[in-house]
Design a protein around this ligand. Structure first.
Ligand code: PLP
Length: 549
């Protein structure tokens, strides 16, 4: 072949591939540099991490603390464990009895703390999983121990335990004559739909049985109406446990039609502006507290680099930019308010940030204490068939959708939401909770304690100011002071809006007492020149050594 002809062909080939290469490059640039932005790599790494555990020596000396500090810790741990084990004996006994048959319990029990510490800890200190009563902001276990409840019931508990008890009782009474009829609707369904459309500013509603299912349905509708495949989620954001929204560790399948991109970043906007394969963008407003980071959990508290800070103006600007690019490109903007819905404002994150989504998912609290998932959306996105192509449908069913008892509890929930006492809880909500966080941080600083809190309204996370390998111990000191946390420990404290000043003062005092005790017991001892980076390097060396064994 003539050299000139060959050259021309190469150039033509380059021209054809360049836009593709550029698109790939732009996609890579829109990924967060951390592992949360690289699902495949994170999964590969997760398979590589060797399992090993610290023995009775190393458990107290992972930071190579001197002998007197280790001894101090050892004695303190024995006292703490004995106290907690005795105080919660019945709850612990039932937990141990049930554990072998409840994999969920095995999992949450094992992942309360970093895995190296977990076996020794579990051998000596147990946490009961069973409770029997709630009363105000407290939960009571089988031993009659009352703890202030900061678990938030995975986010369900926005208005206090008594609120949900009464939603369930009253809602059940409203539908009792019908019972568990499915397929046909109890009239409460119509009133819930009307109220949800009003609240969300959307045209139509579908009911599901969990938040995960609501997200699945919203994404499916977006794909159906755009005829595009890809969903965009942001690094670290949780949207339930369905495959496409959990492409990283935790899901055995490789990522499918999902792009995990950087949140609050121009590179992501560029990708949204240019690509033609994107059906929808999923936003979890909770990420505003820690953009691009996974939900903080004490099992990942290897050092003190946990960071969180909420900037309302910056996040509002980000959502506005997303809104604009999605409108321009025909991409469905989906707010996943399963967690945050009704916590920031009666109209949810849409109202709070002043941005309207194409579809919104709700769940958790909206069921008035019963299980639910809801999609509210514009009519054009919600329709499940095409008149002009009757066989081309978007299928979604679910046996228990619109269950009368759930709908009854939801109706009471929505009525109460409009009541004066509940509306009053939203008055100065941010000022109240930001003030409480500030006040606690001031006290922590004044007492020289290396702990702080960061918050997005009533969702709090605990951060640590000194490099340490033992911050995860703090959850057990908090428990001793009578504060109940979920299995993610100090990663997430969830308050219900009904905490009075006196309730909060009790939390503050207990929190400070726990931090003082933890400091006194030597867990925050510092080696000269200690840094988070050095801790991580040390851990890497340790893992490499373990792999060679
Ligand atoms: C933002 C968000 N979306 C979806 C889900 C999934 O909801 P469910 O656990 O009801 O399936 C959750 C659960 O925590 C969530 O926080």
């Amino acid at each position: 072949m003539e050299p000139l002809v060959m050259g021309g062909m190469v150039l033509a080939g380059l021209a054809a591939t360049l836009p593709l290469a550029r698109q790939r490059l732009e996609l890579s640039m829109a990924k967060h540099p951390s592992l949360t932005g690289h699902s495949r790599m994170a999964k590969r790494l997760a398979r590589w991490v060797p399992g090993y555990a610290y023995d009775a020596e190393r458990f107290f000396a992972a930071d190579d603390a001197p002998p007197e500090v280790r001894e101090n810790r050892r004695v303190a741990f024995a006292v703490l464990a004995a106290e907690l084990n005795a105080r919660h004996a019945r709850s612990i006994a039932l937990t141990q009895q049930a554990r072998a048959q409840i994999p969920d319990l095995q999992f949450t029990g094992a992942y309360r703390v970093p895995f190296q510490f977990s076996p020794y800890l579990r051998q000596h200190l147990s946490v009961g999983a069973f409770v029997q009563r709630t009363d105000g902001v407290c939960v009571e276990d089988l031993d009659g121990q009352r703890l202030i409840d900061l678990t938030g019931c995975y986010g369900v508990n926005v208005f206090g335990h008594d609120f949900y008890k009464s939603c369930i009782a009253e809602g059940s009474a409203r539908v009792a004559e019908l019972g568990a009829v499915l397929g046909s609707y109890h009239p409460v369904v119509a009133s819930n739909v009307a109220e949800l459309c009003r609240l969300s500013g959307q045209d139509a509603v579908s009911f599901h049985m969990s938040g995960t299912e609501a997200v699945m349905q919203a994404v499916r509708l977006a794909r159906y109406h755009t005829r595009r495949k890809v969903l965009v989620r942001f690094s670290g954001a949780y949207h339930g446990w369905w495959e496409d929204v959990q492409p990283g560790p935790g899901n055995p399948l490789p990522p499918g039609n999902t792009y995990t991109l950087k949140e609050m970043d121009g590179d992501t906007l560029r990708v949204l502006r240019k690509r033609r394969d994107i059906a929808c963008v999923l936003v979890n407003p909770l990420q505003a507290l820690h953009p691009n980071r996974a939900a903080p959990s004490d099992s990942a508290l290897l050092d003190s680099s946990r960071h969180a800070k909420f900037d309302r103006a910056a996040y509002t600007a980000w959502l506005q930019q997303l809104r604009q690019v999605c409108s321009e490109r025909g991409i469905a903007l989906i707010f996943d308010e399963v967690f945050m819905g009704f916590r920031l404002a009666p109209g949810g994150a849409q109202e709070y940030f002043g941005v309207r989504a194409d579809m919104v998912t709700y769940g958790k609290t909206l069921g008035g204490g019963l299980p639910v998932g809801v999609v509210c959306g514009q009519a054009r996105w919600m329709k499940r068939f095409r008149e002009e192509r009757p066989a081309d449908i978007c299928f979604a069913r679910g046996t228990f959708n619109s269950h009368p008892y759930v709908m009854g509890a939801m109706q009471v929930f929505l009525e109460r939401l409009r009541s004066a006492p509940v509306q009053a809880l939203y008055q100065d909500l941010d000022a109240r909770w930001d003030g409480r966080a500030r006040q606690l941080n001031e006290q922590l600083a004044a007492q020289g304690l290396p702990v702080r809190v960061a918050n997005l309204s009533t969702i709090w996370t605990v951060t640590y100011t000194l490099p340490s390998r033992y911050n995860w111990m703090f959850q057990f000191y908090l428990r001793r002071e009578g504060l109940a946390l979920s299995w993610v420990g100090t990663g997430r404290l969830i308050f219900s809006l009904d905490f009075s000043d006196a309730d909060f003062e009790a939390v503050s005092q207990r929190f400070l007492a726990a931090a003082r005790a933890m400091q006194r017991d030597g867990w925050w001892w510092q080696a000269p020149g200690a840094s988070n980076k050095e801790i991580r390097r040390g851990l890497l060396r340790e893992m490499l050594r373990e792999m060679k064994r």
